[in-house]
Structures are given as C-alpha cells and as structure tokens.
Design a protein around this ligand. Structure first.
Ligand code: FAD
Length: 335
C-alpha cells in the first residue's frame, strides 16, 4: 500500500509530529519486489519500529519504506543448537519471548529492547552484557534499486559497539530477514553488574532463559522511561571510547569516573559525563535529559527538531569543554 502525507507520529518512539510525503507499507515479498524507481524518491528511508530514529523536521519530503513482513522459521535443530530465521517486521521482543519460552538461550539479555528485527543488525543492539553479534549468523537483504538479493554473513558486517556496515548505509538496502543461532544448553550471562547484583540481592535462581527475560525486563523498566509515557529513543549518544593515556589524565582529575575495557581503548559512560555537566533531569523547553538516566533525551510533548538539536549540541560542547571527549549520536537523526 502506498500512502501520501502520512502521519509518522505513531511510528517514532520520540513522539515527534511529522509527516512523510510518501509511505510504502511493505508487508510481504511481492510488495518488496514491486518497489520501483517511480515509487521511490530522491530521498528514501527504511523504517522499522522508529525507536532509534529522530525526525527533526515536521515533513519528510521523500519516501518511507515501512518494513512489516512477519514470520519466525526454524531452519535447523539438533540436541544443542537451534537456527532460526526471523523476518524484519517482527517485534524484536516478541522473538526474544518466543525463543525464551522454547528454552533457547542467547538473546534473553536483549529482552525488551524496542524496535523490530530488521534494525537489530543495523547497530548491533546490545544490553546487559550481550550483543546481537554473538548469535547473529547472517541476514538476507534486498536492494530495490538494483533489484538484487544478497546474503551477509556475520563477518561481513564488521560488527562493533553499536555499529555494523548498515549503520550509515548510503545505498538503499533492506534487511529482509535475520538468521540467529541459539543454544539449548544453559548459558547464563550475568556478566553485567546490575544483573549480577539483582540476582544476589533478591536471591534469584535463573534456570531458564525466561527467568532471565523477566529479570532483564524488570531491571530495564525500573530505569528506562517508557516511550508510551515519555517520548524517547533510548540512549541518545554512544558511550565514547578514549585512549589509555587520555583515560589516565581523566582518572587523575575524576577518580570516580566509571570506565570499561574496550577493544581499542577505554569506554566511558556517556550518561556519567552528561550528568557531571549538569544535564541529568534538566529540562529546556519541551526536551530534556531523563531524571534517572542522563543519557536519554526525552520529549515532554510537542518537542521541536530545533530544540532537540540545540540540546544535543549544548551537551556535546559541554562534554568536550570539560572532559575533552567527543560524543557521537547513537540515534539516527533525519534532517
Ligand atoms: C527506551 C528505549 C531503550 C532502548 N534501549 C536500547 C538498548 O538497550 N540497546 C540498544 O542497542 N538499543 C536500544 N534502544 C534503541 C532501539 O531500540 C534499537 O536501536 C532498535 O534496534 C531500533 O529498532 P527499530 O525497528 O525501532 O529501528 P528504526 O528506528 O525504525 O530504524 C533504526 C535504523 O535502522 C534502519 N532500519 C530499520 N529497519 C531496517 C531494515 N529492515 N533494513 C535496513 N535498515 C533498517 C533505519 O533506516 C534506521 O537507520 C532503545 C530504545 C528505546 C526507545
């Protein structure tokens, strides 16, 4: 189905008032194959659940490709392993629940991450000590301009922290389905302190992936704003990675600075840096940084693109001035 002047407010969790000149709803393979040069515009944007997409203008003068194909197919099963395909329009958390209920381990720590399957590989979603790349096998994509299907293996995507080659894609390439490898063997991932502490504190016994899903969901709900109540896209910025020498200097000046080992340096907590700059719980007009998590920008209602960009810029400048650290946006800003 093709729609004109389509209201995108219900399709972005920041709750921004915006419309698209054209929206194409892609529910199945024939909808996909039918896309052609005339249905596309000069500007095209693929949209899933809109939980990482911030529309800073009130009109998107182009075509939105809304991916809504459904299905979860078992590809292989043996005594230890399960391989399944999840189609891009499935809600990610539904796939997590489906697998957890079957007793399959691997994605339970990624429970309650918003959005759809198609986007999970885009930024290698991560939470509570787990990342998608650990169970991602491959994905199938379709290029509507080249009319070409392509399979990308895990190694092709150059997965990193909130990164894959799809994160800043220049060519229009739709992820159609994602293949995951899960385990039937118990594999508790309690590497994340907040999870470990909760297990000890509440004397919990985790004996199934469903137990972990319930725990992670509870912890998340206690900390993160619900977009249905307060518009947001989760972390607005990525946690920055600095060199060892830069970290040593910061540590001298700020002994309590939280840090984590990273592949190419030391990872800092962007939320902590933003909090030190005085932005935790600070509201400017219709936007602000959440009172419990300074990394999350929230929409108090009627937020305007300009307000979002101004606050983001102010924070970036402040963190740079105080810590000499560059923040990079995690959200996809649509100008
Ligand atoms: C409260 C809250 C908490 C969050 N917590 C986390 C967290 O813990 N960890 C985490 O990693 N993220 C988190 N996020 C961010 C978000 O949930 C993820 O990035 C999610 O994967 C986005 O999915 P989506 O379908 O909503 O993507 P969208 O916002 O629709 O799209 C995101 C990007 O992916 C592209 N895209 C979407 N679908 C496809 C497709 N089929 N093919 C090709 N490209 C596509 C879009 O063009 C866009 O660039 C959180 C968000 C919220 C609101």
């Amino acid at each position: 189905m093709i729609y004109s002047d389509f209201n995108l407010k219900p399709l972005n969790t920041f709750g921004l008032e915006t419309k698209a000149k054209t929206l194409i709803s892609i529910d199945n393979e024939s909808d996909l194959i039918e896309i052609n040069d005339t249905s596309l515009s000069e500007r095209n944007l693929i949209l899933g659940g809109g939980s990482n997409t911030v529309f800073v203008n009130d009109y998107f003068d182009g075509t939105i490709l809304l991916i809504r194909n459904k299905g979860i197919n078992l590809v292989h099963e043996d005594e230890e392993t399960v391989i399944l395909d999840a189609f891009s329009g499935e809600v990610w958390n539904d796939v997590v629940s489906f697998c957890a209920e079957k007793g399959w381990w691997g994605i339970e720590n990624l429970a309650a991450v918003h959005g759809n399957v198609g986007a999970v590989a885009v930024q290698n979603i991560g939470a509570y000590g787990a990342e998608l790349k650990e169970c991602f096998v491959e994905c199938l994509t379709y290029s509507p301009l080249k009319k070409e299907w392509k399979t990308y293996l895990n190694k092709d995507l150059d997965f990193g922290y909130r990164y894959s080659i799809f994160k800043n894609q220049k060519e229009l390439e739709i992820i159609w389905k994602v293949r995951l490898r899960l385990s039937k063997k118990m594999k508790i991932n309690d590497s994340y302190a907040a999870i470990r502490d909760k297990i000890i504190e509440e004397n919990l016994i985790i004996s199934s992936p469903l137990d972990m899903v319930n725990l992670v969901t509870k912890v998340r709900n206690s900390k993160l704003p619900d977009p249905r109540v307060l518009g947001n896209c989760g972390s607005f910025f990525k946690n920055p990675i600095v060199s060892e020498s830069h970290f040593e200097l910061l540590k001298k000046e700020y002994p309590s600075i939280p840090s984590y080992a990273a592949k190419d340096g030391v990872k800092l907590a962007a939320g902590w840096l933003i909090e030190q700059c005085g932005y935790k719980g600070k509201r400017i007009g219709n936007v602000g940084m959440h009172e419990k998590q300074a990394l999350i920008m929230v929409n108090f209602g009627n937020a305007k693109g300009e307000e979002i960009l101004n606050l983001a810029f102010e924070i970036e400048k402040s963190v740079k001035n105080i810590f000499n650290v560059e923040l990079e946006k995690e959200v996809h800003i649509i100008l």
